[in-house]
Design a protein. Structure first.
Length: 375
């Protein structure tokens, strides 16, 4: 008579309440700790957790060709211990491969790991040539790697001096500034070049631009002459000179200075200009006025056109004047003494004529003639 041997079983994914030591049971349900798995009672029996020994959960992972990686399946290498692919990482951890040292030396390891975030898939193709001593890997920008030689020296050149070779890894490459001209600072793998607080330029300095601003309280220039309007050599259309800013009212910026007017080639002192000068001083500006010059003037010839001369003492003959502040009515100017003009008063009640007396070299009024001969 045939005998049927059955084991404990469950249509769910849990285990029976009590599984004796060595007793088998199978859970037909999916998921959980025991779903689709065959287990045998624990060594201590009773309610202790049975040990898993098989079931379709495990055999289904073996349903593929050895050496071919298949999703949700076990890893089976082929006869040459090879796999066609291996994907590492999960939803919470970036993929990595860890290589441990020999067990007898400890538990230290080397790990190769991808970044936690990538913009897209990256493939690195290793070079097909052999490894050469001292060479390093280089990528072509598309993921293809190749071995290249690593130079042991770096040649450093400059505008002057002889090019020098720096040994990479042993020599120190120094960026050195020049006192009072430029300074260098190194920090956090960065070299900063800058100007010191006080700068000395031993050669010529050329500044190209529309505006040069000098923020200083004192400007000292060793040159005895300052050149202005250096681009005015092919025409005469710009004014040249200098000016300054002031505000004597507290509410209006004004400008004063000295300039050569390109329209008439005359030098002009000005003040109260309300528009900042550019290439031309606007003498029609509503505030423009002629400024006052306090100075001693000397010239071989001075032309005074229009107006009056005020605020000075009487001019001597040598200075083009009489030395007199006033003269009596009817007087004439005579020179009875060299370089001295005087007013010869013609006052009186009788008519007179001017008489020059050669013996005394004088001019005088007279109403008596001796009847002599005059030619």
């Amino acid at each position: 008579m045939a005998q049927t041997i059955k084991i404990k079983r469950s249509t769910g994914n849990g285990k029976p309440t009590d599984v004796a030591q060595g007793e088998l049971f199978y859970a037909y349900g999916s998921g959980g700790t025991h779903g689709k798995k065959l287990a045998i009672g624990h060594l201590n029996g009773g309610g202790n957790t049975p040990e898993l020994v098989g079931g379709s959960f495990f055999t289904n992972m073996l349903d593929h060709t050895a050496g071919t990686l298949t999703a949700d399946s076990a890893i089976l290498v082929d006869s040459n211990l090879k796999l066609n692919a291996l994907n590492l990482g999960n939803s919470n951890t970036a993929g990595a491969v860890t290589f441990f040292e020999a067990a007898g030396n400890g538990t230290n390891s080397i790990k190769l790991q991808v970044p936690t975030s990538l913009a897209g898939d990256i493939t690195y193709t290793l070079p097909g040539t052999g490894i050469v001593n001292g060479h390093v890997l280089k990528t072509d920008g598309s993921g293809n790697l190749s071995w290249i030689g690593q130079s042991g020296t770096l040649t450093v050149g400059a505008d002057s001096g002889t090019a020098d070779a720096v040994t990479v890894g042993t020599d120190t490459l120094t960026f050195e500034g020049t006192a009072n001209e430029i300074e260098t600072v190194v920090s956090d793998n960065k070299i900063t070049f800058g100007l010191p607080t006080n700068v000395t330029i031993s050669g010529n300095l050329t500044v190209s631009g529309s505006t040069t601003t000098v923020s200083s309280t004192t400007l000292a220039v060793a040159d005895p002459l300052i050149s202005l309007a250096t681009n005015n050599d092919s025409s005469d259309v710009v004014d040249m000179g200098f000016y300054g800013l002031y505000d004597d009212s507290g509410s209006q910026n004004e400008y004063a200075g000295l300039f050569r007017d390109a329209t008439d080639q005359k030098w002009r002192l000005f003040k109260d200009l309300r528009t900042a000068p550019t290439a031309v001083i606007d003498i029609t500006d509503s505030g423009y006025a002629v400024a006052t010059l306090v100075a001693n003037l000397e010239s071989a010839a001075v032309a005074i056109t229009g107006g009056t001369i005020t605020g000075i003492t009487d001019l001597a003959v040598a200075d083009g004047g009489t030395g007199l502040g006033a003269a009596p009515k009817g007087s004439v100017l005579v020179a009875n003494t060299a370089n001295t003009l005087s007013a010869l008063d013609g006052g009186g009640s009788t008519d007179k004529v001017l008489l020059y007396t050669s013996s005394t070299d004088t001019v005088s009024w007279t109403n008596a003639l001796d009847g002599g001969t005059y030619t």
